[in-house]
Design a binder for this molecule. Structure first.
Ligand code: CAA
Length: 271
C-alpha cells in the first residue's frame, strides 16, 4: 500500500487548490497526498463513509499542517450533487486550480449476466460523473484563464476485460471526453484572447492506471488475479503512489504544453 509521508517534498503546486473526487481512499488518497506533498491545498470528494473521510482529512492535516484539507460528500454520478460539491469547494477555498476526476466504481459481470442497473450505475459514476464535474470546472477555469483537469481512466478502457463491459466502456468514454474538453478549453481561451504563451493555460489529460494495489483490485477473485498478474511484464501490481506522481506532474505549471493526452501507468501491460 501507499508509503506514508511526513510533510512537504516539493513546491510545484504551492498556492494551488485541488479537488480530487474519491480522494480519501485508494488511488485517490495517494493523489491527494502527492498533490499536498507539492504544496497544494486539497478538497476531497467522497461517497458516503463519513468516518473514514474524516480520519483521512485529520491524517492529511497532521502531515501537512500548513495546508488546508476539506472533505465533501456526494454522488458525482448525480448532476445536482456534482455541481453542489464543486460550488461548495469554490466557496470554501475561493477557487479550484486542479480537478482530478478519480471517483469510480466496478460492477463486474460478464455481458450475458449483466443487468441494466449494473450498466447504468457504472456509466453514471465513472463517465457522467466526470462530465458533470469537468463541466463545472471548465467554466470556472476558463473564467480564470488557468487550470488543470486530470481524468483517471484505466488500462481496461484501452484493452477491455472479461467481466467489465460497463467499466471498460466508461473508461474508454473518458478518452473522447478528455480530448474534447482539451480542445474546447483551447477553443474558448483563443476566442477570449487568453491563449497566451506566457500563461500556464487550461489543460485536460487522462491517466490510465493498470492494476493497482487497492481495495478495488483486492475484490478480484484470487484465481483471476493470478492470471492477470501473469500478463503484467513488470510482474507486480502498481503502488497507488506510482499513479499519483503522474497526476501531480501533469498538474504542474510547467506541464502547460501537455493536453488531450492519455498517460499509461501499467507496468508495460499494453506493450
Ligand atoms: N482474464 C482472464 N481470465 C479471466 C478473467 C480475466 N479478466 N476473468 C475471468 N477469467 C476466467 C476465470 O479465471 C475462469 O477461468 P477457469 O474457468 O479456467 O478457472 C473463467 O474466466 C470464469 O470465471 P469465473 O468463474 O470467475 O466466472 P464468473 O461468471 O463467476 O465471474 C467475473 C465472472 C465476475 C467476471 C469474475 O471472473 C470477476 O470478477 N473477474 C474479475 C474482473 C476484473 O478483472 N476486474 C477488475 C477489477 S479492478 C479494476 O477494475 C481497476 C482497474 O482499472 C484495473
Amino acid at each position: 500500500m501507499s508509503e506514508q509521508s511526513t510533510g512537504l517534498k516539493g513546491n510545484k503546486l504551492a498556492g494551488r487548490t485541488a479537488l480530487v473526487t474519491g480522494g480519501t481512499r485508494g488511488i485517490g488518497a495517494a493523489i491527494t497526498r502527492s498533490l499536498a506533498e507539492q504544496g497544494a491545498d486539497v478538497a476531497m470528494g467522497y461517497g458516503g463513509d463519513h468516518e473514514r473521510a474524516r480520519q483521512f482529512q485529520e491524517e492529511m492535516q497532521r502531515q501537512f499542517p500548513e495546508g488546508t484539507f476539506t472533505v465533501h460528500s456526494g454522488n458525482v454520478g448525480k448532476a445536482t450533487d456534482a455541481r453542489q460539491t464543486f460550488a461548495d469547494v469554490v466557496e470554501q477555498h475561493g477557487k479550484v486550480d486542479i480537478l482530478v476526476n478519480n471517483a469510480g466504481i466496478t460492477r463486474d459481470r460478464t455481458v450475458l449476466k449483466m443487468e441494466d442497473d449494473d450498466w447504468d450505475a457504472v456509466l453514471q459514476v465513472n463517465l457522467s460523473g466526470t462530465f458533470y464535474m469537468a463541466q463545472a470546472a471548465l467554466k470556472h477555469m476558463l473564467e480564470r484563464g488557468t487550470g488543470r483537469i486530470v481524468n483517471v481512466s484505466s488500462i481496461i478502457g484501452e484493452m477491455g476485460n472479461v467481466g467489465q463491459a460497463n467499466y471498460a466502456a466508461s473508461k474508454s468514454g473518458l478518452f473522447g471526453l478528455t480530448k474534447t474538453l482539451a480542445r474546447e478549453a483551447l477553443f474558448h481561451l483563443e476566442r477570449a484572447g487568453k491563449l497566451s504563451p506566457d500563461s500556464i493555460g487550461v489543460t485536460v489529460n487522462s491517466v490510465t492506471p493498470g492494476y493497482v494495489n487497492t481495495e478495488m483490485v483486492e475484490a478480484v477473485p484470487e484465481k483471476v488475479l493470478e492470471k492477470i498478474k501473469g500478463k503484467i511484464p513488470m510482474a507486480r501490481l502498481a503502488n497507488p503512489d506510482e499513479i499519483a506522481r503522474v497526476v501531480h506532474f501533469l498538474c504542474a505549471d510547467k506541464s502547460s504544453y501537455i493536453t488531450g493526452q492519455v498517460w499509461g501507468v501499467n507496468g508495460g501491460m499494453d506493450m
